[in-house]
Design a protein around this ligand. Structure first.
Ligand code: CTP
Length: 410
């Protein structure tokens, strides 16, 4: 795993209570550490029966705290709680939830939770019956009302062999929830951001379509960067094979018209639109209801396909924006194979954009299906930033940074 800007140098306190799901907490601690966070683990006595403190120490490279209830421990909890950016309690048992709801403080973890001034994210793990019990539900409601954030529990098979609600969420989901919790102080907090990604497809018949080489990587990176900046994100995705970011509202589309409809609806209250999708510019004039048979095509010429232009989504957005004022900021991409700068500038003006991210898709390490990109960001005033060849994640963070600055008037 690579460093994640949002997590770099963040202080995460990870409280672990006694459940078979403890092993997933080791994975989470490892992910967080690899992403650049400093992770201090506190374990209850019951947790230590499932996993050894050494497992956590090995992945975090830091001491692991447990229940030595003495003066030293008492001082320690104040320090840990005061300096942390986030307290994650994963897994949290029904028993510890009850203690937290009542403000009990009988071990290092519950004492620290009472003393902590940072947000708390809890990932429940228990048997379905325990989770559904009115006592647990009441405790969860009390804690949620006090601002505690929850990840899961998920539905699935539990240690007892029963299937139901109560399984702790997987480390990937938990990591995403940690990001969402930390993002709440970000520059796009309270903002609605719409991102499009991937190609669109235009069908010739039920088995064939016209499309392009886009894999959606850059748009997915922009959606994640906007989430990390605290935005509510609507991600409108054409057909892509990559995992979609957890925490975004996802709308999956296939054709340009479907993408246009989704975008024009989503931007009605949007602060920003990042139009990253590689939209199909043409579609067949007619779509055959049945598979086109080669025996039916002209022997000598094969098949001639008549194409018509699809809707230019950004031009439609421009028209709507002139009437409504939304989205407040619009950023487009210009995929070029020649005269990138000139063509990019014209597109910016024609489509009424605040920014256009121009990339020469033929340049080494840039464009489709690679993890890096080389962008020049333009506004109507000229070059805003000429970026070096860098990861699509880094590009996304720069784009989000510029749009956030414009929105926040800085
Ligand atoms: N775009 C759009 N609707 C289309 C085609 C493109 O909204 N039907 C958007 C893209 O998402 C991108 C920007 O317009 O943000 C520029 O896309 P690009 O493919 O570079 O340009 P085109 O407008 O298609 O122009 P050309 O084919 O002449 O390069």
């Amino acid at each position: 795993m690579k460093t994640i800007s949002l997590l770099k140098d963040k202080k995460i306190l990870l409280g672990v209570t006694g459940s078979i799901a403890c092993y997933k907490a080791v994975d989470l601690a490892s992910h967080l550490t690899q992403a650049g966070a400093s992770v201090d683990v506190m374990m209850t006595e019951a947790a230590m029966k499932f996993v050894s403190p050494l497992a956590f120490r090995s992945v975090t490279g830091r001491p692991v705290y447990h229940d030595m209830w003495n003066l030293e421990g008492h001082v320690r909890h104040v320090g840990l709680g005061e300096t942390a950016d986030l307290l994650v309690i994963a897994p949290v048992t029904a028993n510890t939830l009850a203690k937290l709801a009542y403000g009990l403080a009988d071990n290092l973890l519950t004492v620290t939770a009472l003393a902590a001034r940072c947000p708390i994210l809890a990932a429940p793990a228990m048997d379905g019956g325990m989770y559904e019990h009115p006592a647990t539900q009441a405790n969860l409601a009390t804690l949620a009302q006090r601002g505690v954030l929850f990840a899961g529990p998920a539905k699935g098979r539990m240690a007892s062999g029963l299937t139901g609600h109560g399984r702790m969420v997987e480390p990937d989901e938990l990591l995403a929830q940690v990001r969402l919790a930390l993002a709440r102080k970000g520059p796009l907090h309270g903002r609605h951001v719409v991102v499009t990604t991937g190609p669109t497809q235009e069908a010739l018949d039920p088995v064939r379509f016209i499309s392009n080489r886009s894999t959606g990587k850059q748009g997915l990176a922009v959606a994640q960067a906007a989430l990390d900046a605290g935005a509510r994100v609507t991600l409108i995705a054409g057909p892509v094979q990559q995992a979609l970011p957890i925490g975004a509202d996802i709308i999956q589309v296939t054709t340009t018209q479907e993408m246009a409809d989704a975008v024009l609806t989503a931007v009605t209250d949007a602060d920003a639109l990042f139009m990253v999708a590689a939209v199909a510019d043409f579609r067949p004039q007619t779509r055959s209801e049945q598979k086109i048979k080669k025996t039916e095509t002209d022997e000598a010429w094969g098949l001639a396909i008549g194409l018509e232009k699809t809707l230019d989504i950004l031009s439609a957005v421009k028209e709507q924006r002139e009437k409504t004022g939304f989205p407040r900021v619009a950023l487009g991409f210009a995929a070029e194979t020649q005269n990138a700068f000139e063509y990019g500038r014209h597109k910016l003006l024609r489509k009424g954009l605040n920014y256009i991210a121009v990339n020469d898709v033929t340049a080494e390490g840039a464009g489709f299906a690679v993890d890096t990109n080389k962008i020049v960001l333009l506004s109507s005033a000229g070059v805003v930033e000429e970026m070096p060849l860098q990861s699509k994640t880094a590009v996304a963070e720069r784009l989000v940074h510029h749009v956030a600055k414009t929105l926040n008037g800085k």
